[in-house]
Design a protein around this ligand. Structure first.
Ligand SMILES: NC(=O)c1ccc[n+]([C@@H]2O[C@H](COP(=O)([O-])OP(=O)(O)OC[C@H]3O[C@@H](n4cnc5c(N)ncnc54)[C@H](OP(=O)(O)O)[C@@H]3O)[C@@H](O)[C@H]2O)c1
Length: 263
């Protein structure tokens, strides 16, 4: 496929690990300039150092909590001040926090998921989209999940947040009708990242059990899908790309075999 990202500015939220970090690596390899954000800025700075080596690309890093609406708008103004207008926005920052029955749910977990996955995505989109509309060009990629198509026990609020990402991706698409701006959602199944460590609040054993007995996707696998979407010709708008491990066909159907897996 033709490389259409070279020289473009790609803003990635949640670039400090997992899918976002893998996406940054692939975009840098494709010659794109990067605006990388996450709360763990030191990780971004290490990544910048590594990715800029031997490449003629610019990488702008900034600590950003997508929940902080004012700071999100300040950040986008800062980018503008440096002459940076994102050609691509990858709304990737997100998390699951906890896995338990709704009737026993933690308010902190609920707030964290809704404020990050839904309102955070909205904050960044609201700040960046007007710049894209003004230039009549751009591409937004929202990282959803198969959890946005099917609920599972204990998934309740995380599921709801990813159903919302799907609805917002469709909403953006219809609201941007008549512009050249494309909106895509990528909806992965199980990906081995820090996701489950975060979901189980650092309980590594529980996190490892999620991926026991099968080969999950890697962050790189999902990043590859995002690159495919970004490199599609301008008249091609991939609205949703669902990708799962071969051993997983939906949120319930996972084929596990002893001796397989990454843990
Ligand atoms: N792994 C899976 O199985 C899976 C499946 C489907 C969809 N997804 C989705 O994929 C996306 C990326 O997750 P991942 O699997 O790559 O997990 P990950 O390794 O935990 O990465 C999550 C990223 O989001 C950032 N983040 C979290 N809260 C943030 C906040 N408030 N502000 C800014 N950045 C924040 C984290 O950075 P900091 O902590 O440094 O801020 C980190 O870079 C998420 O939207 C997730 O829901 C994951």
């Amino acid at each position: 496929m033709e490389n259409r990202i070279e020289g473009k500015w790609i803003l990635i939220t949640g670039a400090s690990s997992g899918i976002g970090e893998a996406c940054a690596r692939k975009c840098a390899a494709g010659g794109a300039h990067l605006a990388l954000t996450a709360r763990r800025e030191e990780r971004l700075l290490d990544l910048k150092k590594e990715l800029e080596r031997g490449r003629d690309i610019r990488i702008h890093c900034r600590r950003l909590d997508v929940r902080d609406r004012e700071d999100v708008f300040r950040y986008v103004e800062e980018l503008k001040g440096e002459g940076i207008v994102p050609d691509v926005l990858v709304n990737n920052a997100g998390l699951a926090s906890g896995l338990g029955k709704l009737q026993e749910g933690s308010f902190d977990d609920w707030d964290r998921m809704i404020d990050t996955n839904v309102k955070g995505l909205l904050n960044v989109s609201r700040a960046v989209l007007p710049l894209m509309v003004a230039r009549n060009r751009g591409h937004v990629v929202n990282v959803g999940s198969i959890a946005g198509f099917q609920v599972y026990p204990g998934g309740n609020v995380y599921n709801a947040s990813k159903y919302a990402v799907r609805a917002l991706s469709e909403g953006m698409n219809v609201d941007l009708l008549g512009t050249e701006i494309r909106v895509s959602a990528v909806s992965p199944g199980a990906v081995r990242t820090e996701f489950s460590d975060v979901r189980f609040h650092g309980d590594r054993e529980k996190a490892d059990r999620v991926y026991e007995g099968f080969v999950p996707l890697s962050g790189e696998d999902v990043a590859e899908c995002i690159l495919f979407i970004l490199n599609a010709p301008p008249h091609v708008n991939i609205q949703n790309l669902v990708v799962t491990p071969t051993a997983q066909r939906n949120v319930y159907s996972v084929h596990r075999e002893s001796g397989k897996g990454t843990s």
